[in-house]
Design a protein around this ligand. Structure first.
Ligand SMILES: NC(=O)c1ccc[n+]([C@@H]2O[C@H](COP(=O)([O-])OP(=O)(O)OC[C@H]3O[C@@H](n4cnc5c(N)ncnc54)[C@H](OP(=O)(O)O)[C@@H]3O)[C@@H](O)[C@H]2O)c1
Length: 264
């Protein structure tokens, strides 16, 4: 299927690993001019080189933390006028005992998972409106609509992001700017591996991968029978970044192998 985005400028904020990287690759495959950002430079630059070589397109790496004003300023300066924007972060660490969640932990969660994406959208939406065309896809989390006691630093801030995009997407759709959210469940990514130790601590488990994995699978039933790979999400992200998604507005699409059990 031709996504009809060849030559468009695409910014994947959070594009050096995991689902952001896989989405960047799908956008590269479709022939976009690509910008990818992340905080850690070495992995980011390597990802940009690899994607550029693999797909024969220009890829510009931008070292920028989406959760800070300075980081966002760097993003806006390096990529002033994208047609396509996708935003993600790494999975926040599990919180452990909910009674130990402090205001400082809430602030960090909100800065990273809510203010970062909303500020990036607030900056780029007028640019896209001026062009009369734009696509925005937030890669958030299914815990935004499937509350989990150990995901308090991830779900609540993203529920607010969904609420924000529900309103804003309908405001900007008449201008050709289409916003949707993807809500991934359990995926095997670099980010998921990095928080395994926190998961063990949150549940009082030894730091032994097999014990952590068994505990995780026992408490998280996935009807599909496996946890996802990054490219189980990326094709849907790329589709939502295309003209083909012009009638899909303000939706929250869960990609979780059937784990979240609901009709809507
Ligand atoms: N993996 C799962 O099982 C799972 C489950 C539910 C929801 N999710 C959600 O899915 C999304 C993607 O997760 P993932 O597992 O693909 O993550 P990942 O493998 O850690 O990849 C995240 C990417 O975003 C970058 N990034 C992280 N924080 C950033 C920031 N503040 N500013 C700029 N770039 C940033 C990372 O690079 P740097 O770290 O170098 O910045 C990396 O390129 C997240 O929203 C996560 O909460 C994941």
């Amino acid at each position: 299927m031709d996504l009809q985005i060849k030559g468009k400028k695409a910014l994947m904020a959070g594009g050096s690993a995991g689902m952001g990287r896989a989405t960047a690759e799908r956008l590269a495959e479709a022939g976009t001019e690509l910008f990818i950002s992340a905080r850690r430079e070495v992995r980011l630059v390597q990802a940009a080189e690899d994607i550029s070589e693999k797909y024969g397109i220009k890829v510009t790496p931008i070292v920028a933390d989406s959760s800070t004003e300075e980081g966002r300023a760097a993003l806006f300066a390096a990529c002033p006028d994208p047609d396509i924007l996708s935003i993600t972060i790494k999975p926040p660490a599990p919180n452990g005992d909910f009674l130990k969640v402090t205001p400082e932990m809430w602030r960090e969660s909100i800065e990273t998972a809510l203010i970062g994406p909303t500020e990036i959208m607030r900056h780029y939406i007028p640019v896209m409106k001026d062009k009369g065309w734009g696509r925005i896809v937030n890669i958030a989390t299914f815990s935004a609509k499937n509350p989990m006691i150990w995901r308090l630093m991830s779900g609540p801030a993203r529920s607010a992001l969904l609420n924000y995009t529900a309103s804003v997407s309908r405001e900007v759709a008449p201008h050709g700017v289409i916003i949707n959210n993807l809500l991934p469940g359990m995926f095997q990514t670099e980010g998921a591996s990095e928080i395994m130790g926190h998961y063990a601590d949150a549940f009082g488990l030894p730091h032994e991968p097999e014990i952590v994995r068994d505990h995780f699978l026992e408490h998280n039933k996935i009807p599909a029978g496996f946890s996802g790979l990054a490219d189980d999400l990326a094709p849907m992200a790329a589709l939502l970044c295309s003209p083909l998604a012009r009638f899909i507005v303000g939706q929250n699409i869960v990609i979780d192998g059937g784990q979240h059990n609901s009709i809507f």
